[in-house]
Design a protein around this ligand. Structure first.
Ligand code: NAP
Ligand code: GDD
Length: 328
C-alpha cells in the first residue's frame, strides 16, 4: 500500500527537501499551501528540486482549523509533518502575536484535526534548538532545560510541549524533532548563511560591493536540510514516538562561516564585510551546540554533509542564479 504523507510548510526549505525524500521512498505527497496574490511562484523550491508536478497542493492555512480538518479528511494521511511556521527569529519581535498563533497555538490546530480525523496517524512537530536559548549546558541534548530568548522560541516551546502532551494524554504517535540550524541553497535569503552566500555571489559578479551583518560572534551548529529531513522521517518509522535532538555536534561562528564563503570565490572578507547594528537582536542566542547521540543510536542517523561542503554548494548555486538572472 502506498503511504500518504501530509506536509504543512511544503513550500518552505524543509518541505521541499522532505517532499523529494518521501517521493523517493514511494510516498504519495500532499501539502498545505496558503492563498497568495502571487499565485504561481509559491512552489519555486519544489520546482528547483524538480518535484512540483509530483506533489498535490491543497489550499489551507494553519490559522484556519476547518481548512486543516477538510484537508485531513481528503488526504487521510498515514504521516503528518507539521513544518509550517513563522520561522524567522528576528521577525518574531515585529510580529509576536502572529508568531505565537502560527508557530505555537496552531500546533494544537494540527493535533486537533488529527484527533478528529486520523488519530492513528504518525505526527512530526518541527521543534527547534532555539528553545535552548540562553544555554543551560555546554552541549544541548533532549535532557537540557530550555530557556527561550525570542517570541519565536517561546512559541516553539508551546508547540513542543503540546506535542508531548497529546502523546501522553491520548497515546498519539507524536514526535518532536529538536532540530539545530540547517541550511541549503533553498534557504530563505533573510537567514544568515544564505544572506552570506547570496551576498558573496553578488560581490563576486560585481553586482554588490559590501555585505552587512549583525552579530558575527554568534555560534551555530549548522547542518544540511537534506540530511535533516531524513531524521524527521526516521522518527515516524519508530515503534514508539519520542523526542530527538538533530545536530552535527560542531559549532562555528558566523564570522568563520562567512570566511568559508569568501574564500571559496577567492575574495578577502575584510574588504567587504560591514558590521551593522541594525541586524542586532533585542536578545541574542550566543551559542548553540547539539548532542546528537540519541538520534545516532536510536535512529541510526548521522549528519553526512559538512559545513564547508554546504556553504560551497550554496555559493555555487547563488553564483549560478545571479549569472542567469534576467533582471540581475
Ligand atoms: P521556512 O522555509 O520559513 O518555511 C516555512 C513554511 O511555513 C512555508 O511553507 C510557509 O508558507 C509556511 N507557513 C507559514 N505560515 C503559514 C500558515 N499560516 N499556514 C500555512 N503555512 C504557513 O522554514 P524551514 O526552514 O523550512 O523550517 C521548517 C520548520 O522547521 C519551521 O517550523 C521552522 O520553524 C522549523 N525549524 C527550522 C530550522 C532550520 O534551521 N531551518 C531549525 C529548527 C526548526 P509560505 O511559503 O506561504 O510562506
Ligand atoms: N539573519 C541574520 N542576518 N542573522 C545574523 C546576521 C544577519 O545579518 N548577522 C548575524 N546574525 C546572527 C544572528 O544574530 C544569529 O545569532 C545567527 O546569525 C543565526 O541567525 P539566523 O540565520 O537568522 O538563524 P537563527 O539561529 O536565528 O534561527 C534559525 O535556526 C533556528 C534553529 O536554531 C531559524 O531557522 C529558526 O527557524 C530555527 O528554529
Amino acid at each position: 500500500m502506498t503511504k500518504r504523507a501530509l506536509i504543512t510548510g511544503i513550500t518552505g526549505q524543509d518541505g521541499a527537501y522532505l517532499s523529494q525524500f518521501l517521493l523517493g521512498k514511494g510516498y504519495e505527497v500532499f501539502g498545505v499551501i496558503r492563498r497568495s496574490s502571487h499565485r504561481g511562484v509559491e512552489d519555486h523550491r519544489l520546482r528547483w528540486l524538480g518535484v512540483a508536478d509530483k506533489v498535490t497542493l491543497l489550499d489551507g492555512d494553519l490559522a484556519d482549523l476547518s481548512s486543516i480538518v477538510r484537508i485531513m479528511q481528503q488526504v487521510k494521511p498515514d504521516e503528518i509533518y507539521n513544518l509550517a511556521a513563522q520561522s524567522f527569529v528576528a521577525s518574531s519581535w515585529q510580529q509576536p502575536v502572529l508568531t505565537a498563533n502560527i508557530t505555537g497555538v496552531a500546533v494544537t490546530t494540527m493535533l486537533e484535526a488529527m484527533r478528529i480525523v486520523k488519530p492513528e496517524a504518525h505526527f512530526y512537530q518541527a521543534s527547534s534548538s532555539e528553545m535552548f536559548g540562553l544555554i543551560q549546558e555546554e552541549m544541548q541534548s533532549e535532557k537540557t532545560p530550555f530557556y527561550p530568548r525570542s517570541p519565536y522560541a517561546v512559541a516553539k516551546l508551546y508547540g513542543h510541549w503540546i506535542t508531548v502532551n497529546y502523546r501522553e494524554s491520548f497515546g498519539f504517535h507524536a514526535s518532536s524533532g529538536i532540530l539545530f540550524n540547517h541550511e541549503s541553497p533553498l534557504r530563505g535569503t533573510e537567514f544568515v548563511t544564505r544572506k552570506v552566500t547570496d551576498g558573496v555571489a553578488r560581490i563576486k559578479l560585481g553586482k554588490a560591493h559590501e555585505l552587512r551583518l549583525g552579530n558575527i560572534d554568534a555560534k551555530r551548529d549548522w547542518g544540511h536540510a537534506r540530511d535533516y529531513v531524513r531524521a524527521m522521517w526516521l522518527m515516524l518509522q519508530q515503534e514508539k514516538a519520542d523526542d530527538y535532538v538533530v545536530a552535527t555536534g560542531r559549532t562555528t561562528t558566523v564570522r568563520d562561516m562567512c570566511q568559508i564563503a569568501f574564500e571559496h570565490v577567492g575574495l578577502d572578507m575584510d574588504k567587504y564585510l560591514i558590521i551593522d547594528p541594525a541586524f542586532y537582536r533585542p536578545a541574542e542566542v550566543d551559542v548553540l551546540l547539539g548532542n546528537p547521540a540519541k538520534a545516532q543510536q536510536k535512529l541510526r542517523w548521522t549528519a553526512e554533509i559538512s559545513l564547508e561542503e554546504m556553504i560551497k554548494e550554496m555559493v555555487d548555486a547563488d553564483l549560478e542564479r545571479w549569472r542567469t538572472a534576467v533582471d540581475g
